[in-house]
Design a protein. Structure first.
Length: 247
């Protein structure tokens, strides 16, 4: 039976690259999306063109509890060969002190922390039956908060602890690890001076690529004796002091 992988937020950017790498490694992929359904369908068509019936799309708003429950139920019932969950979907935007709304707090924590935890616990039985693994996309700012992005940093710090806790709780049948990206893809334009400053703080002196994150994810997927570990993929940035301004 062909193994399946669920990658959240897989329609574009890093998630798309992870889905592509998993597919190249022989997995059939469940491409989760929320607002990018057209991009998700295009990716599924491309992957199905390479291997028939090897990619499907599941749409769900991970900040909505009912949507998340439906996603868990659908995946568990339709894909009994699920052996990989990659929690990649994330919400990232500034949340200055005194300016954050209740909706900001609920959305950031729901998508970045609660959804990955619920997906892991909700799919644990099917993953365990296939000796599967979970890889959570964390962030180097889980350890060193990003100025003006307190809620984001808090949510990722929570996901880091969830990764370590789940590695203990789901063992020995499910491995749980994390990847912490550094400067990979810039979400905004017109900030070249800030980008240059970040690059100066990176020992390797250049930003990473989405492929670098996907490579690290698949390394952990294939490393059968590694669990409860988090790999920073940041060009060495977390090994030195820095003042991050742009991610």
């Amino acid at each position: 039976m062909q193994a399946w992988a669920l990658i959240t937020g897989a329609a574009r950017r890093i998630g798309k690259q992870i889905a592509t790498h998993a597919h190249q490694s022989g997995y059939n992929v469940i491409i989760h999306c929320n607002n990018n359904s057209q991009a998700a369908q295009v990716l599924a068509q491309q992957l199905n063109g390479l291997r028939a019936n090897s990619a499907v799309v599941e749409q769900a708003d991970l900040s909505v509890a009912a949507d998340l429950t439906t996603l868990i139920d659908n995946v568990a019932s339709r894909y009994p060969a699920l052996s990989l969950l990659v929690n990649n979907a994330s919400v990232f935007y500034p949340t200055a002190i005194g300016q954050s709304t209740t909706d900001d707090i609920d959305s950031m924590l729901a998508v970045n922390l609660i959804a990955p935890y619920r997906l892991a616990t909700g799919l644990k039985q099917v993953l365990a039956s296939n000796s599967g693994s979970i890889v959570n996309l964390i962030d180097i700012h889980a350890d060193k908060p990003l100025s003006g992005h307190g809620l984001y940093s808090i949510s990722k710090a929570g996901l880091k602890m969830a990764t370590l806790s789940l590695a203990q709780e789901l063992a020995p049948n499910v491995r749980v690890n994390g990847v912490s990206p550094g400067a990979i893809l810039w979400p905004t334009e017109g900030q070249q001076s800030q980008i240059d400053k970040v690059i100066e703080d990176i020992p390797l002196r250049h930003p990473g690529r989405a492929e670098d994150i996907a490579d690290a994810v698949m390394f952990l997927v294939n490393a059968s004796y590694i669990t409860g570990q988090i790999i920073a993929v940041d060009g060495g940035r977390s090994a030195v002091g820095y003042q991050g301004a742009v991610e």
